[in-house]
Design a protein. Structure first.
Length: 278
């Protein structure tokens, strides 16, 4: 098994954990968690400098999940990397748990508490600028939802990142083309999307966010240009891996999972064989 195959198998095992945890909780946002899990797996298992035994290291890379409602995906990866125990993961969205529907700084490995969308890039710009001022080598990765980038604050931060030449800043947009109430292009059109980011001074690459080889190769090339922030537009499928969730806005949230639990588990249970890869 080569590196790319291993990363893909870990991502698929993460899909099994996501569904298992969702069924246990009865609540969550599976669509965006499943669409972004391949990229998050690559980041945590291959790209980023991060260590669960020293989560507050000054040298660590920073990952900000600005689309914090996809917490189930990030909690799953943090569990697989040793930040969160299996027993704690089982408390997801239960009374008294620290694992809320939106991520919170109470959880080890979390860099920013979320709620209202559109703030992660601004915070990421601040942290990347701090690294430049302090002459630190860490990188700052910010994952946003595509619907989130309809927020004006995102574009203020985009201008600032280019102005300060933050080539240690990497933006990732999970471009699954669906937001809570429908398709992005019907609600507030984003295209021509790549050209928008380029016009704000970013160096941009578009990838298939479910092709692990493309994911790996794109991150290995950062920064794409010196003195420019890098943007990866990751084209994905909402609910990837669960046939009845794919490209269905109704699975932005997962409140109906109980009646589909058996079918969902059947589609991912064979991925449990990859447990020993992590």
């Amino acid at each position: 098994m080569n590196k790319i195959e291993r990363l893909q198998n870990i991502a698929n095992y993460a899909r099994f954990i996501i569904i298992e945890t969702l069924i246990n909780s009865g609540l969550g946002h599976p669509g965006g968690s499943l669409s972004s899990i391949d990229v998050m797996t690559a980041l945590y298992f291959d790209i980023m400098n991060i260590d669960s035994s020293n989560p507050d290291s000054d040298k660590r890379d920073r990952f900000i999940l600005s689309k914090g409602h996809s917490s189930l995906g990030l909690y799953t990866v943090l569990h697989l990397k040793g930040f969160i125990s299996k027993d704690e993961l089982k408390t997801f969205r239960k009374d008294g748990s620290n694992l809320w529907g939106h991520i919170d700084l109470k959880t080890p490995g979390i860099e920013m508490s979320t709620g209202s969308l559109g703030h992660g890039l601004s915070i990421g710009v601040g942290r990347a600028l701090a690294a430049k001022i302090d002459k630190k080598d860490y990188k700052v990765f910010i994952m946003m939802g595509d619907g989130e980038t309809q927020e004006g604050s995102v574009w203020e931060a985009a201008m600032s990142a280019a102005h300060y030449k933050l080539d240690n800043l990497i933006g990732i947009v999970d471009r699954n083309k669906i937001q809570q109430c429908g398709f992005t292009e019907d609600i507030l059109a984003l295209e021509n999307y790549k050209e928008k980011w380029e016009s704000f001074g970013w160096s941009v690459k578009e990838i298939d966010g479910h092709n692990m080889k493309e994911i790996d190769q794109s991150f290995k090339k950062i920064p794409f240009e010196n003195n420019k922030p890098s943007m990866i537009i990751s084209h994905t499928i909402k609910g990837k891996g669960i046939s009845f969730m794919e490209n269905d806005k109704n699975w932005h949230g997962g409140g109906a999972i109980a009646q589909y639990a058996d079918q969902a588990l059947k589609e991912v249970e064979h991925y449990a064989q990859y447990k020993d890869l992590v």
